[in-house]
Design a protein around this ligand. Structure first.
Ligand SMILES: [Zn+2]
Length: 429
């Protein structure tokens, strides 16, 4: 039976390549698939395009919980696909409870979700033990983002300089409340300490970039790629003369293929580089997961980095194989380029079970997303208030009113956070 499946992309940089691959695999199985941006198009798509199945990002906010609840109530099959791997059991247990909640998820979405597509089997068990989902509804598929590193033709470059890819990892330094897949409160102690750590990290990186440019620009060309959720603005402003800043949406595998060595902050980029045959260095680690941090050589200052580069064996991976094997067992699952394929098969199986022997039920989806006030905050009102401003939400187009003195406000209909949006108006007033 052919059904219409809508896949909602959370991060254009991290998820869109995965979602397109998943869509292709579902098309091959005979389904019609749509890929839409979660933040700006999910609600419109649900009501206008009326899919039978929705595949949504991890439920890490009130907005996403509301979305899966309504889709479920309207009779759609709801599937969650995790954008991040989670954490190995022993690594998770050693973290402070707030961070554990951020990684596992703190929303009770199980009643509305039919299937969760996770990365590795160990974290799938953890999700079930922590009562996020019943285990039979979770399918471990493997590391989705690593699929893009398989079957890639080697790029031959002719430059006599080596190209270093600087893959930053300091998104919290932007203090950007608009990006929080996990739902950490921007005013929480966790968020504040992350901000401090990322601010120091970015300063150290800016120093390293200037230093490399001043002392080694005859040897190395520098490319820079920001991590999902991080703004390139400060890098362009501070070191734009020293580096080529890649477009935000450039997929990481494409960026790695343009380089001879990846300098990262302790991220999965180390594994991607390994799969693409490129060495990497962890500079000023940002990753709280020690198992990921120690996959490749770690450097803490420009002297150590210069030494590591001078000893580099170019043209091949420098990952610790036994540490990667540990991560595959306890975090990623099978690293074979087939994660999206397994996800598509799990979705197809669910569809066949659901519609087996019966006609597809008639949809009971409204033609417009209900405009209910679901988020209440000080300084925001759906009704007009004397002296307040009238705003139009850029995401859901709902009209509401705000206290001009409020600095952080939420759209009462869709919870879009608008701090940066209203500041220019505040200065004008
Ligand atoms: Zn809104």
């Amino acid at each position: 039976m052919k059904v219409r499946i809508a896949i909602f992309t959370l991060s254009q940089q991290r998820d869109s390549a995965v979602d397109k691959r998943l869509a292709e695999a579902l098309n091959t199985l005979g389904h019609e698939t749509l890929v839409r941006a979660y933040a700006t198009a999910a609600r419109w798509c649900a009501c206008y395009e009326k899919p039978d199945v929705v595949i949504v990002p991890m439920v890490g906010s009130d907005h996403k919980l509301d979305f899966v609840r309504r889709c479920h109530d309207w009779g759609m099959i709801v599937v969650v696909r995790r954008g991040e791997a989670g954490a190995a059991r022993e690594v998770l247990a050693a973290m402070d409870p707030e961070r554990q909640k951020v990684i596992v998820g703190n929303y009770d979405y199980a009643p509305y979700v039919d299937l969760e597509l996770a990365w590795g089997p160990e974290f799938s068990n953890v999700l079930a033990e922590r009562r996020r989902m019943p285990r039979y509804k979770i399918v471990p598929c493997g590391p989705f983002t690593l699929d893009a590193c398989f079957n890639r033709p080697k790029v031959h470059r002719t430059s006599d300089k080596k190209t270093l890819l600087l893959a930053t990892g300091w998104s919290a330094a932007d203090d950007d409340p608009n990006y929080s897949e996990c739902g950490a409160d921007p005013n929480s102690p966790l968020h504040r300490s992350l901000y401090r750590q990322h601010r120091q990290g970015r300063d150290a990186w800016l120093h390293m970039i200037r230093h490399l440019h001043l002392t080694k620009s005859h040897k190395y060309a520098l490319l820079l790629k920001v991590r999902p959720g991080e703004s390139p603005a400060e890098y362009i402003r501070e070191v734009g003369q020293c580096v080529t800043v890649l477009p935000y949406r450039c997929p990481s595998a494409d960026a790695i293929l343009m380089s001879d060595c990846v300098i990262h902050t302790g991220s999965t980029m180390a594994v991607e580089a390994h799969l693409l045959g490129v060495p990497s260095i962890n500079y000023c680690n940002a990753n709280p997961d020690p198992k990921l941090a120690e996959l490749t050589i770690q450097c803490g200052d420009v002297g150590e980095l210069a030494q590591a580069l001078s000893r580099m064996a170019w043209g091949r991976s420098n990952i610790h194989p036994e540490k990667l094997a540990w991560l595959a067992e306890h975090l990623y699952g099978r690293i074979d380029g087939q994660a999206c394929q397994r996800a598509a098969q799990a979705v197809d199986k669910l569809i066949k079970t659901r519609f087996k022997g019966k006609a597809k039920p008639k949809p009971v989806i409204p033609d417009q997303w209900p405009r209910d006030v679901i988020y209440r905050a000080a300084g925001v009102s759906a009704e007009p208030v004397a002296g307040w401003w009238r705003l139009n939400c850029m995401s859901c187009h709902g009209v509401f009113h705000v206290d001009p003195k409020a600095t952080v406000i939420f759209c009462p209909y869709c919870a879009l956070t608008m701090r940066k949006v209203i500041q220019p108006y505040a200065r004008m007033a």
